[in-house]
Unconditional design. Structure first.
Length: 159
C-alpha cells in the first residue's frame, strides 16, 4: 500500500503501510487526536472489497429497475478497484470520525434492446468510474471505539 492511503496513517498496519510520521500526528497531552486517534483505523483494502460488492449490487439493481420498464436489458460487470485515496477526514465535536475516500473502479456495461442489439455502452470495453464515498464511525467513548465498523453515510460522483 503506497501513496495517500499509506501516508494517511489510516491503513491496516500491514506490510507497506508506513502510516504518518509521529511528529505529524496532531496530539493533545501526548496522545493522538482527530482521525489518527481512531482504533481500529479504517482498513482501506477491506473497505475497497466491500465497496466492490456494494457497487456491483447497486449497479445491477439500478440498471434492472430503469431498463426493465422499457423492455431493455443491462449487462454489467464490476471489474475491480484500481485506486482508493483518502481525500478528507475529520473528527466531529460529537465524537464521530468521518473519512472521505475517492475510489477509481472499472466497469463493463452495455444496454441491449429486446432483440439483443446494443443500444448504449460496449460489452467488450472496460470503463473507468470514479466515486467519492464518506464513511463514519462513533469514537466518542471507549465502548464505542470497540466497534470496528464504519458506516457509509454519503456518496457522490465527482463534478
Amino acid at each position: 500500500m503506497r501513496g495517500p492511503i499509506a501516508q494517511s496513517g489510516l491503513g491496516n498496519g500491514g506490510p507497506g503501510d508506513q502510516g504518518i510520521e509521529p511528529a505529524k500526528i496532531a496530539r493533545r497531552e501526548g496522545r493522538p487526536v482527530g482521525i489518527a486517534a481512531c482504533e481500529p483505523p479504517l482498513n482501506i483494502e477491506s473497505a475497497s472489497q466491500e465497496l466492490a460488492k456494494i457497487l456491483g449490487a447497486v449497479a445491477e439493481r439500478l440498471a434492472l429497475s430503469q431498463e426493465q420498464a422499457r423492455g431493455e436489458q443491462v449487462d454489467q460487470s464490476f471489474v475491480g478497484i484500481s485506486k482508493a485515496d483518502i481525500v478528507d477526514s475529520e473528527l466531529t465535536k460529537d465524537g464521530r470520525a468521518h473519512v472521505t475516500v475517492r475510489f477509481v473502479s472499472q466497469l463493463i456495461s452495455a444496454t441491449r434492446d429486446k432483440a439483443g442489439a446494443v443500444l448504449s455502452g460496449d460489452p467488450q470495453k472496460i470503463k473507468e468510474v470514479t466515486d467519492i464515498w464518506t464513511f463514519q464511525r462513533n469514537v466518542s467513548t471507549p465502548r464505542a471505539r470497540e466497534n470496528p465498523n464504519w458506516q457509509l453515510i454519503a456518496t457522490q460522483a465527482p463534478a
